[in-house]
Design a protein around this ligand. Structure first.
Ligand code: SF4
Length: 279
C-alpha cells in the first residue's frame, strides 16, 4: 500500500507567494525574485522559464522590475536597498514569518534575543536583522545550555523548527536568566504537517519525504520520520527512489512545505506503476 500523508503539498505561505508572482506575470510586468522564492528547484526553474529572473544581489535589480520578496523575507537593510532600486516591490514574505520578524524586534527591546533555528537560513537571518541589541541563534540544546547568563532572554523559533527542540531550549534557558519571555512562532501548517507525517511513519516500512535538497523543513521532516521509520529518505523527485523501496509492503509519502502536491502524486503514481509492473 502507498499512502500520502495528510497536509502534504504547498502550505498557505508558499501558495500565497506563488499567487503574487502569477498576478504580477499576468499583468505583464517585468518580474524578478530576490533569492529563490521558495526552496524548490523544480518550481523555481519553472518560474524562470516563464521569465521570472532570480537575483542574488541587490545590484542586479533593474529600475523596471517588479521585485518579489521571497516567503522567508529578507534582512531589514537589504529590503530598504531593494525598495530604492526596484520600480515596485511585492512583499511575498509569509505573514507567519513576518510576525516572527516583528516579535524579534519587540522582544529584543528589553531582552537578549534567542532564535531557535538555522543560522544560515534566510528567515533566521532576516529575523535577527530586526534585533535591537544582542542576539543568539541556537540550533541544539547544547548551544542553549552554554549561553551566557543574562537578566532576560526573549525566545522565538524559526517557523519550521521542531516543537521538541523549542521546548528543550526553553527548559535549558530557565537556568541562564532571571526572566524568560517566549513566543512559540512555529507555524500551524508545520505543526499539522509534522504530526501527520510522524503518525504515518509509525505505520509504514519505508517513508519518502519529497522536497528540494535545499529545503531545511524537508530535511527536518525526514529526520523526525527516521525516529519512527528508520528507512526514511529525502528525495527531490521519483528519480531519487532507491530500488529497495519498491520491495516494501507499506510505503508512506510526505513532503516539505514548498513541494507541489503534483510532485507528491507523481512519486506515488511512479511507485504504484513499478509495483504493478513487477507483478
Ligand atoms: S511553512 Fe508556515 S511559515 Fe513557512 S511559508 Fe509555510 S505557512 Fe508560512
Amino acid at each position: 500500500m502507498v499512502t500520502v500523508s495528510e497536509h502534504s503539498g504547498f502550505c498557505f505561505g508558499v501558495r500565497r507567494a506563488l499567487e503574487l508572482v502569477k498576478k504580477a506575470c499576468d499583468a505583464g510586468k517585468q518580474v524578478a525574485a530576490f533569492g529563490p522564492i521558495i526552496h524548490n528547484p523544480q518550481v523555481v526553474s519553472a518560474l524562470e522559464k516563464q521569465g521570472v529572473r532570480q537575483l542574488s544581489l541587490p545590484e542586479e535589480v533593474q529600475q523596471d522590475d517588479t521585485l518579489i520578496i521571497r516567503t522567508h523575507g529578507v534582512e531589514v537593510e537589504i529590503a530598504a536597498d531593494l525598495k530604492r532600486r526596484a520600480g515596485e516591490v511585492v512583499d511575498a514574505t509569509c505573514p507567519f514569518v513576518a510576525k516572527t520578524h516583528r516579535l524579534a524586534k519587540k522582544l529584543s527591546e528589553h531582552s537578549s534575543l534567542v532564535v531557535v533555528g538555522d543560522a544560515e537560513h534566510p528567515e533566521v537571518r532576516a529575523a535577527v536583522s530586526n534585533a535591537r541589541g544582542e542576539y543568539f541563534i541556537v540550533s541544539s540544546i547544547d548551544e542553549a545550555r552554554y549561553l551566557p547568563y543574562r537578566d532576560s532572554y526573549g525566545v522565538i523559533a524559526q517557523t519550521t523548527q521542531s516543537e521538541t527542540l523549542f521546548e528543550q531550549v526553553l527548559d535549558a534557558l530557565k537556568t541562564r536568566c532571571r526572566l524568560l519571555r517566549a513566543e512559540n512562532t512555529i507555524c500551524s501548517a508545520t505543526h499539522k504537517r509534522v504530526k501527520a507525517a510522524v503518525e504515518l511513519a509509525k505505520k509504514v516500512d519505508v517513508m519518502l519525504v519529497v522536497g528540494g535538497n535545499n529545503s531545511a523543513n524537508t530535511a527536518r521532516l525526514r529526520c523526525l520520520c527516521t525516529a519512527y521509520c528508520p528507512k526514511s529518505y529525502h528525495i527531490e523527485t521519483e528519480d531519487g527512489i532507491s530500488a529497495d523501496c519498491f520491495e516494501a509492503e507499506n510505503i508512506g509519502i510526505t513532503a516539505g512545505a514548498s513541494t507541489p502536491i503534483e510532485h507528491v502524486n507523481r512519486v506515488r503514481d511512479y511507485i504504484l506503476k513499478r509495483k504493478n509492473n513487477g507483478k
